[in-house]
Design a protein around this ligand. Sequence first.
Ligand code: MSP
Length: 539
Amino acid sequence: MPQSPSFYVTTPIYYVNDAPHIGHAYTTVAADVLARWHRQRSETVFFLTGTDEHGSKVERSALDAGVTPQEWVDRLVTEEWTPVLETIDAANDDFIRTTSSRHKAGVKKFWSQLRESGYIYEGTYEGPYCVGCEEFKLPGDLIEDAGGGPKLCAIHGRPVELISERNWFFKLSAFSDKLIEHYTRHSEALQPQSAYNEVMSFIKGGLDDISMSRSAANVSWGIPLEWDEEQVVYVWFDALLNYVTAIGYGADPDTPDGKKFAQIWPANVQLVGKDILRFHAIFWPAMLMAAELELPKTVFAHGWLLVGGEKMSKTKLTGIHPSQIVDDFGSDAFRYYFMRAIQFGQDGSFSWEDMAARYQADLANGVGNLASRATAMVNKYCDGVLPEPGNYSNADLALADDLVARIEKADAAMLRLAFSDGLAEIMAFVDALNLYVTEQQPWVLAKDESQTGRLHTILYVICDSLRSIAIALNPTMPKSMKSLWGQLGAQPLLGELADATILSAMERGKLTPGSVVTKGAALFPRIEVPEPAKDSAAE
Ligand code: MSP
């Protein structure tokens, strides 16, 4: 049997030491929506996320907390990071930790192999280093300190440290031309266009070799090099490898892990925030080229969630924890809001008012109200049994045509990661269905016995259209759409909603007449508008 196409999507791995906030959750939600969408296109999906756990910052925090670095990261992963996945309802297939033995073994193997191929040499590096970013800085990355002190990291606003040490270098300069050639041939490999342009002009400015290790005397919490145990792999060159160590990199091709790697790699979509684009669009592909591995098909850089016009961050105390929003609105509304309100690839601001307004308009009064009207009418006029449709009228056929057109457009938008456009198409169909209900006036027909046939057709069309809506909105709002699926009585004959294909959302007449339609709890209950105090966190 031919295997279904495989789709591999990754998020960056999050700094374990940071407190999770909605900026991190934003990347994970986008990856999860994409993963679920592709699963419903019958693809074999692998969705990876995880945590980045090495580096001096972690070491220092563990010391402050009076525990070993390993105890510290174990605690953070269990108490802070994995619970967020549940909060935002992310269905990742794996969770990679850079302190896991599978990752450490893969990292050692990778760099030893690159050394054998002649891409690694010994040297001395001196430069400004930001502990917050875990990276050496270039002059253009620094800002003046107003008080005349040492220059500051532009991202953290904290003084950089001048570091000089013996390191091992990766011959990044050998890959400038190859990268330019690759991106010229594959413009889809870097998205959006602004990311493509930024990276291309950076590469054209010339790439210098880069140190890929740190002295273990300065940073001991890292992965030692196999050929020089006094050096550990620089945290970025450790972290980037998670995308391959998680799926069996380095295993013998005949073993299950080796086969897994051959099946899953290369990644189809690697999501990153624009702040970490260069690592993913320059270092990472150069490393892969050096190891003669395939390059990811697309690296997509999304924008930042802003607070007061600046990137939301823990350092600036502007981080909002996902549960602060999810506790009030639920995970579905959280997911919907961030995917619908912000064009993926651009910056966006979160505000409680905007969140509440969209919840009310699109979810409570939109799809939620439509579902409750439909199930109530089937209960009132047909004793909760889905009626048999008769001949379709022009209005019914026009609605079906609109559905096909909308889902096709939504599919195309989701595939290009235009989540907001995709959701707009689906919500436009919700509006069309609402209009259909208003125009067909089933409540008027219900008063006239000679119109029972037409009434039944209309109720069937409404419920069957809601079936399509449940399928198309499931990747974004899996909890409420599962409930809608249940209310429509779809489950017994059509199976699990998560297994319903996007293609089947475009087909008409899949619900089985005679199914039991129940008027369940409101999908999106009305919510008290959050108290103004919370608005202080918004822009
Ligand atoms: N550990 C590195 C990534 C290594 S991947 C091999 C890292 N971690 S991070 O926790 O700082 O950021 C992870 C992701 O969260 C990045 O994509 C980053 O852009 C995203 N975000 C962090 N703050 C954000 C906002 N305020 N808004 C949107 N995304 C943000 O970098």
